[in-house]
Each structure stands twice: as structure tokens, then as C-alpha cells.
Design a protein around this ligand. Structure first.
Ligand code: GLU
Length: 481
């Protein structure tokens, strides 16, 4: 099969949750495939079964769909290059490892786990990089046969060149040169017959006719070994684009769980919007030509290209993520935002059938960094917090004067009927009355606002009165009086 189109893939290991770095890999792969008019496949790399988590593939598909990343092929939709789960492709890998054994580019290694562990420990004690000492590399065919006959378990290792240079090409970094001497004879097939990630990944990229690989730069170290495999088989490698490292903002260092959340699910649960995550993630290694900051997925689908990608490390700045999230939260209609906030309010035990909720949400909208913030931002609306009477006193206003002012304000508020009880009418009527009576706004509005909210800082008194509704507003005024 020869595809006329470029082909890209996202190849996650199903370890349970989607790491932010993996979301970026998926996003860059998706956007680049749009830019190149390419097919985009999802391939599940489950060769490391120790790390595999049941149901992980389904949740991966669900979350990628949720963030708007679509595939043209994959385990969930099929396609011409399937199966798309590596554990279902074992025969393919064995065919290729046999080929390398026959051509002498790979060998069987019978060294026991104990021997390898002892070797590793000695190397570590000498501060050397752990590597296999190639003991089985030159076993004769007879020796191999005898060991197999005696029931010896073996792995299959790739034969690295003993000296010389290995040159590889990354689209963002140009040529990178490695010393062949530094490369370990890596395992291609484990003793249980399962291929390693390093082998299955190369075989699949070739067999699936992948033309561009976008992956994290943690794979740069194994890049020369990958390229040597392509050379051993006589295959043309795809173009490789290693995306830059993502560093923690605080203290630098690779983005790690210890320094905060690293999984997309964590962010979604806290109430970060998909739009904000996408906008934030795309700027971890892509530099748009203009200084436009806000990018929707459809704009990215048109604008993203490899020219804008860079190799210097990207900083994971959650303040920037908050900035995008607040921005996108402010763009929502009250109805949309209400629907998104209800689950958070429900979990917090609020009465989600309260008809005033949309007005509560509207009041809090501009102050939210995440959807989860809605609980704290609206708590004073659902229930009046206990507050110190002193709070009612603005500047030099005494308690008695505050009480007197509230008592004078009350009949003015009573003149505003239920059908006029909204922010604009309340503002107009009450400000008009204060002006006419020659008072100072703060002497009336501060105690009114505190009476309604119980808080030192809050939205203004008229908006709060409107959101609470006439009846609740008077109940709170009575409490203050
Ligand atoms: N399974 C690898 C990972 O999860 C894929 C790396 C690649 O895209 O080649 O990082």
C-alpha cells in the first residue's frame, strides 16, 4: 500500500492519564496534519504491559475527542493500516526481528537478569552509563542453537556499529551527530516475545507509512538507534520533529508531578476550559508570526505550520493558563457558563434548582479563573456569611450612623417594586435619592453592600441586590439593622 498523502500519527502509551506533554504531541501532530493535508492516525503503544492501565485506551479516545483532536484512523474507528494497538501486531514485529537475525544485524542474548543487574551495579559504582557488555554478540550459530536446546531464555538485541559517527536529522535542530561507540546494543524483543517500544515504534512507523513524526525531545537520545534500524532495513525514515522540553516555571527542571498538576484530566476537573488548554498548549513550542495571543482551534488549523516551531525549551506558566481560562470564561454566555458551573455547585452542596443561579453566575463571571472558583465566588449569595458589625462602618461612619443610614435607605428600596428590581433601576433610584438628600454615596452604599454580602470585598450593592432578589435583599437588610 502506498499512500499519496503525508501521514502522521499520535502514539501514546495507555498509562491512564493524558500528560500535558502528550496533549501537546497530539495537538502538534493534529495541527501539522491539517497543515500538510495529511492523514492522522492514533496508535496505542502498549508494549510495556507493566505500565498499562485497564480502560486507558477508551478514556484516551474520549479525552482527545473532548479537546477537539480528531483522527482519520485508529483503534476506535479502524482504517487501512490496522490493527492500531501494538499488542495486536506481534506477528508483524517477529517477522522483522527474524529478518535482522538472519542478516546478522541483530543477535540473541542469553544473559540472565542476575548477570545484567550485577553488571549495571558495577557500572553505576564506576559512574559509567549502564550498557550491555556485548558478551553474546559474537556467539556462533552452534552456540546459539545449543543454548536454545538447553531451554535458555533470550532477548534479541540490535547490533550497534562499534565505531564511527551516526548522523541524524531533526527538522527543528538540523543535523545531530552521535558517537556510535556510545550506543547500547538495545533490546528489540524481550524474553517474553514482546517487542520493546523502540522496535515496535520504528516498525510501525514504517509499515504504517508515517511521513512525519512529532514527538517529545526526551526521545532524542534513542533517535540514532531508531535511524540505525531504518538503515538496517534499508527503509527511508520519516521526517522527525522533536518538540522542545517543557520546563516548570518555578525552579526550572522538567515538568513534573511533584511541582503541580501535569495531567489534562486534573486541569479539566478543576474547571479549565478546553479552549484555554489548547491555546496554552499550542504556545509550548509554536511561535505565531503575529503577536496575536488568543487562538481558537479553527484558527490554529489554518495557521499552524512547522516554520513556527522552535527547539528552545518552553516554560509551563500556569499564570498564563489562568489568563487564557479567565479570558474564555468571560466569552461564555451566561447560559453556557451556568451549564458548565452547575456540576461544581452541586458537588459543593448548593441547591442547583435555585432559579437565581444564572444571575449569581453572571455576577461572578468576570472574577473566575476556573469553573471550580464558582463555588467560592457565589458562596455569599447562597448564604449570608457571618460578619462583624464593624464591617458595616465605612471610613469614619459609626455603627449607629450606619444603622441610621440603612434605616433611611430601606423605605427608598421598598419603593422599587418586584418588577423593577434590577441593577439599572436600583442604581438610578438610589443614587438619585442620595444625591437629592445631600448625602455621600459611601455612607449609604458601603453599609448596604456589607449588609447584602457580609464581605469586605464583593461586587457592588445594586448588582448584588438584583441577583439576590427583592425578598432575600430585604431579609439581609433586616439582619443588619
Ligand atoms: N509511546 C511513546 C510515548 O508515549 C511515543 C513516542 C513517539 O511518538 O514516537 O511517548
Amino acid at each position: 500500500m502506498a499512500s499519496s498523502k503525508p501521514r502522521l500519527r499520535f502514539a501514546p502509551s495507555p498509562t491512564g492519564f493524558l500528560h500535558i506533554g502528550s496533549l501537546r504531541a497530539a495537538l502538534f501532530g493534529y495541527l501539522l496534519s491539517k497543515n500538510l493535508g495529511a492523514d492522522f492516525a492514533l496508535r496505542i503503544e502498549d508494549t510495556d504491559q507493566k505500565r498499562e492501565v485497564a480502560g486507558a485506551t477508551d478514556s484516551l479516545v474520549t479525552i482527545l475527542k473532548k479537546v477537539g483532536i480528531e483522527f482519520s484512523e485508529g483503534p476506535h474507528i479502524g482504517g487501512a493500516y490496522g490493527p492500531y494497538i501494538q499488542s495486536q501486531r506481534q506477528d508483524i514485529y517477529h517477522g522483522y526481528s527474524d529478518q535482522l537475525l538472519q542478516s546478522g544485524q541483530a543477535y540473541r542474548c542469553f544473559c540472565t537478569e542476575d548477570r545484567l543487574t550485577a553488571m549495571r551495579e558495577e557500572q553505576e559504582a564506576r559512574h559509567e552509563a549502564p550498557r550491555y557488555d556485548k558478551r553474546c554478540r559474537d556467539l556462533s550459530q552452534e552456540e546459539v542453537n545449543e543454548k536454545i536446546k538447553a531451554g535458555g531464555k533470550c532477548v534479541i538485541r540490535q547490533k550497534m556499529p562499534l565505531d564511527g559517527l551516526v548522523k541524524v536529522y531533526d527538522e527543528l535542530r538540523g543535523e545531530i551527530v552521535f558517537n556510535a561507540h556510545d550506543l547500547d546494543d538495545q533490546v528489540l524483543i524481550k524474553s517474553n516475545g514482546i517487542p520493546t517500544y523502540q522496535f515496535a515504534n520504528v516498525v510501525d512507523d514504517h509499515v504504517m507509512e508515517i511521513t512525519h513524526v512529532t514527538r517529545g525531545d526526551e526521545w532524542l537520545g534513542s533517535f540514532p538507534k531508531n535511524i540505525l534500524l531504518y538503515q538496517d532495513f534499508g527503509w527511508t525514515p520519516p521526517k522527525f520533529i522533536h518538540m522542545p522540553l517543557i520546563l516548570n516555571k518555578v525552579g526550572g527542571g522538567k515538568l513534573s508531578k511533584r511541582k503541580g498538576d501535569v495531567f489534562v484530566e486534573d486541569y479539566l476537573n478543576k474547571g479549565y476550559l478546553v479552549e484555554a488548554l489548547i491555546n496554552f498548549c499550542v504556545l509550548l513550542g509554536w511561535h505565531p508570526k503575529s503577536d496575536k495571543e488568543v487562538w481558537s482551534m479553527s484558527e490554529l488549523e489554518n495557521e499552524f505550520s512547522i516554520d513556527g516551531m522552535g527547539a528552545s525549551p518552553a516554560i509551563f506558566d500556569t499564570e498564563k493558563l489562568d489568563y487564557y481560562n479567565s479570558y474564555y470564561l468571560r466569552q461564555k454566555s451566561v447560559a453556557e457558563l451556568t451549564a458548565l458551573c452547575l456540576p461544581y455547585l452541586e458537588t459543593a452542596g448548593c441547591d442547583i434548582n435555585d432559579p437565581r443561579i444564572p444571575s449569581f453566575i453572571a455576577l461572578a463571571q468576570d472574577r473566575l479563573k476556573t469553573l471550580g472558583d464558582i463555588v467560592e465566588a457565589t458562596a455569599f449569595l447562597f448564604a449570608l456569611p457571618e460578619y462583624d458589625q464593624e464591617l458595616l462602618c465605612w471610613k469614619t461612619l459609626t455603627k449607629e450612623a450606619a444603622q441610621e443610614n440603612l434605616a433611611r435607605l430601606k423605605p427608598e428600596l421598598e419603593k422599587v417594586g418586584a418588577s423593577d428590581w434590577n441593577k439599572d433601576t436600583l442604581t438610578e433610584k438610589i443614587l438619585g435619592w442620595i444625591k437629592d438628600s445631600g448625602g455621600k454615596n459611601g455612607d449609604y452604599l458601603w453599609p448596604m453592600r456589607v449588609a447584602l454580602t457580609g464581605l469586605k470585598n464583593s461586587p457592588g450593592p445594586f448588582e448584588v441586590a438584583a441577583a439576590l432578589g427583592r425578598e432575600e435583599a430585604f431579609r439581609r437588610l433586616e439582619i443588619a439593622l
